[in-house]
Design a protein around this ligand. Structure first.
Ligand code: FES
Length: 84
């Protein structure tokens, strides 16, 4: 069987792929807000359910300078990185 290499969609509201998000992080988005601004992921009409995937992706990169093979979703927590 072929390996799945196509980039998964992380933000379904705004159709933002994992590839786009990873590129934004590599290019310097080191906070959730920067990722929102750069990619539009996390700011769709659902209210940001994909942030639970964005956060671990970003954290993993900041710690290890690489991305995890599989994203482990963060538990739901109110106001995570949401400064308004
Ligand atoms: S899925 Fe990303 S904002 Fe709704």
């Amino acid at each position: 069987m072929k390996q799945k290499k196509r980039s998964e969609i992380i933000c379904r509201c705004n159709n933002v792929s994992r590839e786009t998000i990873e590129k934004a992080i590599v290019d310097g988005c080191d906070t959730m807000n920067k990722i929102f601004d750069e990619t539009t992921a996390g700011v769709g009409p659902c209210g940001g359910s994909c942030r639970r995937k964005l956060a671990p992706l970003l954290e993993h990169y900041l710690k290890h300078k690489s991305f995890p093979e599989k994203i482990i979703e963060a538990p739901r927590s109110p106001n995570t990185d949401d400064k308004e």
